[in-house]
Design a protein around this ligand. Structure first.
Ligand code: GAL
Length: 663
């Protein structure tokens, strides 16, 4: 039997055959077939089994597992096992262990315990990954590779410090340049030798902190590239290489990290409570934006996790709608972590499909149902992608900068970002979340929440976008700093003041919310308020003003819009309450002539994927536990129930419809 192709809609799990006697595998694989699994991810923590001692490789078991799966029509994704350097390796090269911020070496016994810059780690990585690539690269049953697992460790060892200093030397060339970029005379931080520069621990010079983040990104990129190069010498070009990112994790610049990968993927866990599609949609869109193409949901929770204070089970049906929600936002695979509960190890109580006794849990049936639905629409959705007219700009530099100096503890970059995403998602407006460096052609509306750092190239991109007729929303904190995390000697929005038609006279962290009166909404500003001054009186109008507040803000402009070129630029200085934010964004969307994908009742989401032939496929998802009816503006074919010519969709709790237009 040949394994399913990489471009079909996949459903699978993480499988660890090394945890079990080989005699059990056949039963596992039989159950996988019964569940309708199309792919298994293996080996990402199997280093000690694959290489039990230095240079001694034991790959036969993995070969047999891949073969046994393939015989039943199940494809494999292999992980490189570097997130789990084994005990023998650590014993031989103890300084391969990372050093934490407290100056102590990380203890062996968990994972990602390595210093990403360790030459011993690199040598061992090269050996195991090359050997794996040589052995498994040509295997036609492997459709993709995952490098490492959720990079997350920051090392502060002396070697990293020296490399950081070298990185700075390469970047700045002279200490004069560095001292100038970081304003080091401040608090007598002037450096007269590269060796004096520390790794920042805790609050530090903002320029130094930003460069250290860039250095971490650089370090992981090198480690990742080393592995990609080993794989690529043996793995065919149509087999993808990915890494499983962690959504909004802030440790490094994901756009840079994704540069060398073929595809992004991520691990979605709700933890405690239940999913909130207005927020999780942003994380899917973020991941799709790393490569500006579809992604894999390479891990998600089979009901419950084990690592929060309260590891509740998702409601019956909830995982089903979550899986479709991921697909609707561009996931081409949904994979549960993990297939079966291991008897030992740190994750004994985590949700699985097969319990410790080897029998399917009740949740198994839900996955089986999902798999059979996936099969029904897999060829319909092959090659399709979401298409959006709205882009939101994300920047790791800006995020770090804001979050290190929040000025108001409640000003969080991601929460503020989602505050702009949510009103769009609530109306079924498709959104691409992309890097602030990405081209903007094809978009009607661009939203740039708290883009603090804006360089000349980015300012130029935005200016040309507006000149050509685009609508741009700038928000609080935009345009404050340069690429070294240094304040610009300009008022906000700095390089964008010309196109914004306003400048920020001052910013205020708020103790209590203050009233905001708009032309078409009223509400309040919380946390933050900026006082705007109109620069171009002819083409700028005030949209909202503050009410009576701290005196400084009374009657001052909170939101303005400026006509520039063929486009419009909004500047939003207020951090509006949800209702006012919705009203503001609704109007902005309407003015930009961006239409909802479909109008649906609250709690029902509609997204659309477009096939390479231009066929539109609507995914309509009920995220509520109550029944909902959606009236369609056209007649449709529903593909999961195979109903033709319907004009209404009735959705039960957590139910889903996949529609194409028949007329
Ligand atoms: C992920 C990790 C998996 C597993 C899972 C449990 O972060 O990649 O290996 O530990 O969490 O929720």
């Amino acid at each position: 039997m040949s394994v399913p192709k990489a471009n079909q809609l996949h459903i699978g799990a993480s499988y660890y055959p090394e945890h079990w006697p080989e005699s059990r595998w056949a039963e596992d694989i039989r159950l996988m077939r019964e569940a309708g699994m199309t792919v298994m991810r293996m080996a990402e923590f199997a280093w000690s089994t694959l290489e039990p001692s230095e240079g001694e490789f034991c790959f036969n078991w993995l070969d047999r597992a891949i073969d046994a799966l393939a015989t039943e029509g199940i494809a494999s994704v292999l992980g490189t096992p570097t997130a789990g350097p084994p005990a023998w390796l650590v014993e031989k090269y103890p300084d391969l262990l990372a050093v934490g911020e407290d100056g102590r070496r990380v203890q062996f016994g968990n994972r990602c315990h390595y210093c990403v810059n360790s030459p011993d780690l690199h040598a061992a990585t090269q050996r195991i990954v090359s050997a794996l690539a040589e052995r498994f690269g040509p295997n036609p049953h492997i459709i993709g590779w995952q490098i490492d697992n959720e990079y997350n460790r920051v090392c502060t060892c002396e070697r990293c410090q020296k490399l950081f200093q070298q990185y700075l030397n390469d970047k700045f060339g002279t200490l004069d340049q560095l001292n100038d970029a970081w304003t080091t005379p401040y608090w007598s931080q002037t450096y007269s030798a590269w060796e004096q520069i520390p790794i920042p621990i805790g609050p530090h010079n903002p320029g130094l902190m930003l460069e250290f983040k860039r250095f971490i990104t650089d370090s992981y990129c090198r480690f990742q590239k080393l592995q990609i190069d080993c794989l690529r010498s043996h793995v065919s070009p149509d087999v993808w290489i990915t890494h499983n990112f962690m959504g909004w994790y802030e440790g490094y610049d994901h756009y840079v990290m994704a540069g060398d990968l073929d595809m992004a993927s991520w691990d979605w866990y709700v933890g405690t409570g239940h999913h909130d599609y207005l927020k999780s949609g942003a994380t899917h869109d973020l991941t799709r934006g790393f490569k500006r193409r579809n992604f894999w949901l390479i891990e998600t929770q089979p009901g419950a996790v084990n690592w929060t204070q309260l590891n509740n089970m998702l409601n019956k049906g909830e995982a089903r709608v979550m899986a479709w929600h991921a697909v609707a936002h561009g996931a081409d695979a949904v994979m549960y972590w993990q297939w079966r509960s291991a008897l030992g190890g740190q994750e004994q109580y985590h949700g699985t499909l097969i319990d410790q006794s080897g029998q399917p849990r009740p949740f198994f049936e839900e996955v089986k149902h999902l798999a059979s639905d996936f099969e029904k629409v897999s060829s319909l959705l092959a090659g399709s992608e979401p298409q959006s007219q709205v882009a939101m700009l994300n920047s790791y530099d800006s995020r770090w900068s804001v979050n290190w100096q929040r000025h108001h503890g409640d000003f969080d970059y991601v929460a503020n970002f989602v505050h702009y995403y949510q009103p769009l998602a609530a109306c079924n407006i498709g959104v691409d979340i992309i890097s602030a460096d990405a081209p903007l052609t094809g978009y009607k509306l661009v939203v740039a929440p708290a883009l603090v750092l804006i360089d000349e190239t980015q300012a130029d991109l935005l200016t040309r976008f507006v000149e050509r007729g685009g609508h741009l929303v700038l928000t609080q904190r935009c345009g404050m700093k340069d690429t070294y995390n240094r304040l610009l000697p300009l008022r906000q929005p700095g390089l964008l003041a010309d196109i914004a038609g306003v400048e920020v006279e001052d910013y205020y962290a708020l103790v209590d919310p203050i009233p905001v009166q708009g032309n078409w909404f009223s509400g309040e500003s919380r946390v933050w308020a900026e006082r705007l001054k109109i620069l171009d009186a002819v083409h700028t109008s005030a949209i909202a003003r503050y009410g009576s507040a701290n005196g400084w803000l009374d009657s001052q402009i909170a939101v303005a819009v400026h006509a520039y070129g063929k486009g419009l630029v909004y500047y939003v200085g207020a951090y509006l309450n949800e209702e006012a934010q919705q009203a503001l964004m609704d109007r902005i969307v309407k003015t930009a002539v961006v239409r909802p994908i479909l109008e649906t009742p609250q709690g029902v989401e509609a997204q659309r994927r477009v096939t390479p032939d231009g066929l539109h496929v609507w995914l309509v998802m009920n995220h509520e536990r109550s029944e909902q009816t959606i009236a369609l503006p056209w007649l449709a074919h529903e593909h999961l129930t195979d109903q033709d010519g319907i004009s209404n969709v009735d959705l039960g709790p957590y139910d889903v419809a996949v529609l194409t237009r028949v007329q």
